[in-house]
Ligand binder design. Sequence first.
Ligand SMILES: Cc1cc2nc3c(=O)[nH]c(=O)nc-3n(C[C@H](O)[C@H](O)[C@H](O)COP(=O)(O)OP(=O)(O)OC[C@H]3O[C@@H](n4cnc5c(N)ncnc54)[C@H](O)[C@@H]3O)c2cc1C
Length: 426
Amino acid sequence: MKKNKNLLEIPNINSKDAEFKELIYDVNDSLFNKDNYSKKKFEHLCVCSGGTTSSCAKNGFTTLDLRKNYSKIHLDKESNLVTIGGGVKMGDLINHLQKHNRSFPIGLSKLPGAGYILTGGVSPLSRAYGLAIDNIESIKGFLGNGTFIFLKKNQISPEKQLIWEAIKGAAPFFSIVTEIELKTIQSNPIKVVEGFVNLDQLSEIIKLSEEFPENISLQWIYAKKIYIYIFAELKNSLEDKKTEECLILLEQFPHLEKNFYENFNEINFFQQELDLYELNTNNHSEVISLLGEDLENDIPIFMKCLNKIMDNKPNNSCYIASQQLGCKTKKLLHGSSFFVHRNSTWKPWIYASWKKNDLQEKKVVMDWMYDSWSKLRRFYPNVHLAQLHNHLNSHREELTLAFGNRIEELKTLKNIFDPQSILPPL
Ligand SMILES: Cc1cc2nc3c(=O)[nH]c(=O)nc-3n(C[C@H](O)[C@H](O)[C@H](O)COP(=O)(O)OP(=O)(O)OC[C@H]3O[C@@H](n4cnc5c(N)ncnc54)[C@H](O)[C@@H]3O)c2cc1C
């Protein structure tokens, strides 16, 4: 996406390099006019919010870029509900909220846009506040057939109930969301215990983490070396005492650094200065995210499996990482959604990256990604569809593993509300 000088920078390099057909900034009736689409098989509209995935712009396809015209953020100070446009970046959201001492459970990066929320949204704060979708109060947007929709929690008519549930986790397949109203949370200080560890130490820390209370979560990355972040939200003196009792168990790893942050905004995960992996702007990449339950007694075999995967790693840009969900994300406090694998504790992801014009390396790297996925399946059998892969052969299988027994309902919604398959195919 680089033909027009006025364009906003797009973070995903695959999408940045794409020679798109046309760029649209507004969602209006003409968007759904048949003439906007060629009759070419599989052609659909790409939607761009944060622009962090390989599916927001593609060679020869039209992109609807929500970042220019759907970027407003408004916090209602009475209700503490925030309304954001469908093109808002998560970093801009929490920066705005911080001015009012509020926050939101965003993920490990400030770059993703509304796609983060609509595909589930796993945050280091999710164990205490649920997934991002659990915090949606209302949405506005258009279905793939051009119908305007406005849905508000607790005011959903029975005939709209299925659409509401599917918006939470599967919205990109049948809708374009232009506005989202979200619950916000009090902004609290955060303690982070972080540092490099070896495989044995990671194994011990995973074991400890499966007993963490809801305000503490573990995230780790295994790239050139292993780096961990234990993230603890500090809320009040009573809970802080429990947190300290829990964190004291980490004293057996005295080299880990303890850092205190005034608020979530101040934290930058996987910083470049740590030189965890080679960040090459000439590389293209794909990411697949998995979901699984507590590892419990499987931790030793999992560590062996991880070691094997990393032994076969094709280059220094590829890595495996994982974040911890659980506690509140396991509860259905906020009603049913299309994030069906509520029993999950771990969301690992495989990051596969290659020199962009090197097709040979691409093949080796993609083979490694699929091979690693097959090795990890026994621990993490499900998929978190945070990245849409309709350009890859694994798309159908990923859909089945992401939506489980709700896939047929999603297909029905797609047939009714996006009959021309303008949005990503199922
Ligand atoms: C550095 C980094 C860190 C991440 N960390 C986390 C994390 O901690 N937890 C987590 O859960 N995920 C995480 N992700 C994954 C990320 O949240 C998803 O890939 C998300 O889909 C990206 O959204 P986007 O808006 O930035 O992407 P885009 O590429 O702009 O959009 C991706 C797709 O989502 C759909 N979409 C986006 N906005 C809309 C809309 N308004 N209406 C309809 N469809 C829309 C479109 O189909 C679009 O093609 C991370 C990603 C990156 C790059």
